[in-house]
Design a protein around this ligand. Sequence first.
Ligand code: PLP
Length: 365
Amino acid sequence: MPIEFAERIRRIPVYPAADGYALAGDVAMLASNESPYPPIPAVVDAVAEALGGLNRYPDPTSSALRGALSDRYGVPVHRIAVGNGSCDILLAAGEALLEPEAEIVYAWPSFSVYPHIAAASGARAITVPVDGEHRHDLAAMLQEINAATRLVIVCNPNNPTSTALPLDELAAFVRAVPRHVAVILDEAYCEFNLLQDPDESIELLDRHPNVVLLRTFSKVYGLCGLRVGFALCGSEAFRTAVDQVRQPFFCNAAAQAAAVEALKHQDEVARRVERNLAERLELEDGLRRLGLAPAESQANFVWLDLPEATSSAGTGEREIIRGLAERGVLVRAGAALGRAGALRVTVGTAAENARFVAALGALLE
Ligand SMILES: Cc1ncc(COP(=O)(O)O)c(C=O)c1O
């Protein structure tokens, strides 16, 4: 007799992670929206120092990190949650808020972990297609909110479509959502968003106890290998709920030390944002020269529909992905992200981006 697993195991989709990590050699890793730049030396030193204390469990309250986040963002410590990556907090939010008969609303395509949250809890997932410009359709999302809704997620900028909404539209949306519904604004890429200062959305928390801003050290800080993220919460109740459902010591000692140090180097964050912007503009120009029209990105990645002729000529998305991989370039297939016939490409170094554009050009010829 095979092992009998819980029903929900059959429902939980497999996360479409890149499979290039095992590849050795000269590969352009443009599939996971990582930073192409290594952590700064001061952060590496902080991690090295933390390693000497690994015989102890990490601080279960992450007090130094939460204190540093409180100083940086002006949100009281009791309203700051940290986690083993921001995904950890997302999954915990699903566990704390959702159950069968409850509903979760999010846009699609959006971050691949959202379907997991619904499936794991048995809640109904209500997905609202992004509009013709690949942006969240907030009016349509609002229409889907009812007495059963427990959680709404708005990913801004949106992964995978790269677009962002201005804060006034988000603020109006949040005002219209009933108070019993938790609203997570997933801001994993907010530092790259040039439509507004990433500190501006924090003011939503003062007026809306049901709002949570989810952020991470995985992207602009380049620390995804350590797994550390955080949530700035409108209420202490959200923070205590997500802490309650998780195992103790959910944020490891090296991650806490790295994040505390990384926060001290906001000048480096600004530099990385600038570099990403310069490389993204170059990458977008290269794509336009190939006759492609990337979505309006406010992130460290771009999203593009492949030309219709690609599929009619038999060189579908899968062939393109394979052809790129053969040329040492890994990108994410739209089909894995909810929209066939598209690609999501992380902005890498200038050389990686040029390699991608050249390889794609050759494949589309
Ligand atoms: C929109 C979004 N949210 C959250 C995350 C999770 O980041 P982490 O768990 O590494 O903090 C990602 C990672 O790709 C993402 O794209």
